[in-house]
Design a binder for this molecule. Structure first.
Ligand SMILES: C[S@@+](CC[C@H](N)C(=O)[O-])C[C@H]1O[C@@H](n2cnc3c(N)ncnc32)[C@H](O)[C@@H]1O
Length: 271
């Protein structure tokens, strides 16, 4: 699996900008008045990089797994990068990445779920690997999406599950890899195994809006040209637009679908 293929899936699980902002606001509250110092954004993207750039850091390093992602971010934020800041392409499975560098804060924002597309089967090593870059006394903040349940209690939740299944089916039929999410207790166990002390763990309910519906169904649509069978392609196309119509009507009617949750975990390295 190459990074280039995984990159073709644009952050399929990031629910929505308002939800993400709420998660960063929680991280800021948890960090309280400690200085941010040197920050490592270990799985960067448009949201986390904008947030990190707005913090009073002394320097930041942002890592992404794909060249395309890096170029897009570099273009978008060119005017906000200071000489001491770095946006780099790398793979945490490579032992040499950032060898010897230490940071005051390490952020893993929706990184664990994306790992399957870039370094499959490395998930159990990820937190120990990025914790190598935390100075003693430093803080690691992990943010992620809990795996969705198999069933939902109401129409809204059922529509979100239907969207996710259709998205993953299209990704697989196109020959690409899906994201794989992990629950908060799995992450806590691995942070502790990495020698960190978990100080806070919180679940944050998600409100899915039109942006999520369109974003995920657009991922489906982008995969269609890669499906050879024209009959299957046409049937999926119809399915995508029918689901879009039903899901948009539901979020319009309800003001958003409340379903599933994200998690935010704060851990520190004893110093
Ligand atoms: C879902 S995106 C993260 C969302 C991002 N924080 C945002 O603000 O939208 C996952 C990021 O982790 C990166 N990534 C995934 N696996 C990686 C690996 N093995 N090594 C380095 N980066 C990786 C991806 O390239 C991408 O930049």
């Amino acid at each position: 699996m190459t990074a280039a293929v995984a990159e073709a899936n644009p952050a399929p699980m990031t629910p929505s900008a308002p939800t993400t902002d709420q998660l960063f606001a929680l991280v800021e509250r948890l960090h309280a008045d400690r200085p941010w110092g040197r920050v490592l954004d270990a799985g960067t993207g448009a949201h986390s990089l904008s947030w990190v750039m707005g913090l009073p850091t002394t320097a930041w390093t942002a890592v992404t797994g794909g060249e395309g992602g890096k170029d897009q971010l570099a273009r978008r934020h060119a005017d906000r990068v200071r000489p001491q800041d770095r946006l780099i392409v790398g793979d945490w499975a490579e032992p040499g990445l950032l060898a010897g560098e230490l940071y005051d804060v390490v952020l893993a924002d929706y990184l664990i779920g994306a790992l399957d597309g870039f370094a499959p089967y490395f998930q159990d090593r990820l937190f120990a690997r990025i914790a190598l870059h935390l100075r003693p006394g430093g803080w690691l903040y992990a943010i992620g999406l809990s795996p969705m349940p198999d069933h939902a209690e109401d129409d809204g939740g059922r529509l979100i599950l239907e969207i996710n299944r259709l998205r993953d089916a299209c990704i697989l039929l196109a020959g690409h890899r899906c994201y794989r999410e992990y629950p908060d207790d799995w992450v806590r166990r691995h942070l502790e195994a990495a020698g960190l002390v978990v100080e806070h763990s919180e679940r944050v309910p998600i409100l899915f809006r039109a942006r999520y519906v369109n974003g995920q169904l657009d991922v489906c649509r982008s995969k269609l040209p890669l499906i050879r069978d024209l009959g299957l392609r046409a049937a999926l196309d119809q399915q995508i637009e029918d689901l879009r119509r039903r899901a948009l009507a539901e979020v319009e009617r309800t003001g958003g679908v409340r379903f599933a949750h994200d998690w935010v975990i704060a851990a520190h390295k004893p110093g």
